[in-house]
Design a protein around this ligand. Structure first.
Ligand code: ZN
Length: 472
């Protein structure tokens, strides 16, 4: 039988605050184990949590970035479970009153609804040492502020899921909420997946695959689950509701535990933290401080600037790069030329050097001036690439570099005519050969002209003069 998958996501994103969500410990990645732990985040009795207002603001920004309603009122609850990575034996989260609700994101021409975004604290990490046969607990991650983004089960294809995760990762980066480094675990995805016979509208029993940390792994895990569940149903069996782990090496999923229901967690209101209230004025202020989201930039680049979709996608993929492009075309709106130089030549410089767009030594003004010089015929297109490379290395402005390297094109016709005359006189054989039909020789003659005229020669002008004089 043919089946259709029904997929919903729970995405955990670590927020970019300086300190943890309920204590003053630093919120950082890496470092020595158990180096950033205090009585509060390790759950010592008698300690009291204090909400990090920065985390609340970032969660609200996430809400605006993902087109949700950001609520004036939200509140914290305790989610009780016992596991060695959670020293308090409960996690502080938002259950009944999440900070954001009712969002939606459009991917692959499909509206994906976001049910809610809530704030919660991360748990620690268990490090399993199979050789020694022991497990160690690292509590550095305990109390790192998270948002959990919960979607409705609106996905029907792998591609929708993958594009959605990429879109969320990018928007959270633009909004300054999360660095979205999936490989470091700062953005992790749980996939809820069931299958139903094609044509049916009744959802099957779902399995949850935890903690997928790359877009590729998400795709592989879903494909595997579809085939595993199809096989069970085809044989007349029933899918068990459970939590599973994806094994990246084997490309399969294994059962971890039977899936808990909400009542298993005995949620109740967190008595140590007052509810969060954000006024309309504060919400307006946050909304006004939001940058343009990448999807709106994409629309502007393709519709107003007529950039090809592929180029627009490449530019928006990095906010600093896209900001730089925007600043340059604001000064000199040669959209396609600025884009071409950045995507080819500048990207090559960045890749070769391992630097990123934040590290550029030259300004958007410099880039705008360079493209204008090229468009105006002051320098050739090839010279523009050379100059960009020098700008990248030295930070000098393009006019200075063009002068220093003798790249200002000469539009002095008299000088070029004299050079062309000389080249024709010295290469009569080639000229005759060209006249008798050997077109290829023209390139050689052009090369000779440029050699005498220097890099600053205007190639178009030189070509016109040479063409005219040979055919005379
Ligand atoms: Zn702490």
């Amino acid at each position: 039988m043919r089946y259709v998958p029904v997929i919903g996501l729970e995405i955990h994103a670590e927020m970019l605050t300086n300190s943890k969500v309920f204590c003053g410990c630093a919120n950082e990645f890496g470092g020595a184990q158990n180096d950033r732990v205090c009585p509060r985040c390790s759950g010592m009795p008698g300690t009291l949590p204090v909400v990090n207002q920065g985390a609340v603001m970032l969660a609200a920004r996430a809400g605006f970035a993902l087109e949700c309603t950001v609520n004036n009122y939200s509140a914290f609850d305790r989610k009780n479970y016992f596991y060695p990575d959670l020293p308090k034996a409960y996690q502080i989260t938002q259950f009944q009153y999440p900070i954001c609700t009712n969002g939606h994101i459009r991917v692959c021409d499909t509206d994906i609804r976001i049910n809610r975004i809530h704030i919660e604290e991360d748990a620690g990490k268990l490090v399993h040492d199979d050789y020694e046969g022991i497990s160690m607990a690292d509590y550095n991650r305990c109390g790192v502020p998270l948002i959990e983004i919960v979607t409705e089960p609106d996905f029907r294809t792998v591609e929708q899921v993958q594009r959605f995760v990429e879109e969320i990762a990018l928007r959270l980066k633009y909004a300054g909420v999360c660095d979205s480094r999936m490989e470091q675990g700062s953005l992790r995805v749980d996939v809820n997946i069931s299958i139903m016979p094609e044509g049916s509208s009744e959802f099957g029993t779902r399995a949850e695959i935890k903690n997928l940390n790359s877009v590729k792994a998400i795709g592989r895990a879903i494909e595997y689950e579809i085939s595993r569940q199809s096989e069970i149903l085809d044989k007349g069996g029933t899918v068990v509701q459970e939590t599973r782990r994806f094994n990246d090496n084997h490309g399969d999923t294994k059962a971890l535990r039977s899936k808990e229901e909400a009542h298993d967690y005995r949620y109740f209101p967190e008595p140590d933290i007052p509810p969060v209230y954000i006024s309309d004025e504060e919400l307006d202020e946050i909304r006004r401080s939001m940058p343009e989201m990448p999807n709106m930039r994409f629309k502007r680049y393709t519709e107003e600037y007529s950039l090809p979709a592929e180029d627009a996608g490449l530019i928006i993929a990095n906010k600093a790069f896209s900001d730089f492009y925007d600043a340059a075309v604001k000064i000199y709106p040669s959209y396609k030329q600025v884009s071409n130089l950045m995507l080819v030549e500048l990207n090559r410089c960045l890749n070769d050097s391992g630097l990123s767009a934040e590290d550029l030594k030259f300004s958007p003004e410099n880039l705008a001036a360079l493209v204008k010089m090229s468009d105006d015929g002051v320098i050739s297109k090839n010279a523009a690439k050379d100059i960009l490379r020098t700008m990248f290395e030295s930070g000098k402005d393009p006019e200075t570099i063009a002068k220093e390297q003798n790249l200002i094109m000469s539009n002095d016709t008299g000088e070029l005519e004299a050079i062309v005359d000389k080249v024709i006189a010295e290469n009569q054989d080639s000229v005759e050969s060209y006249k008798s039909g050997n077109q290829k020789v023209f390139g050689f003659l052009m090369g000779q002209v440029i050699r005498f005229a220097g890099k600053g020669a205007n190639p178009k002008l030189a070509k016109d003069i040479l063409m005219k004089k040979i055919n005379d």
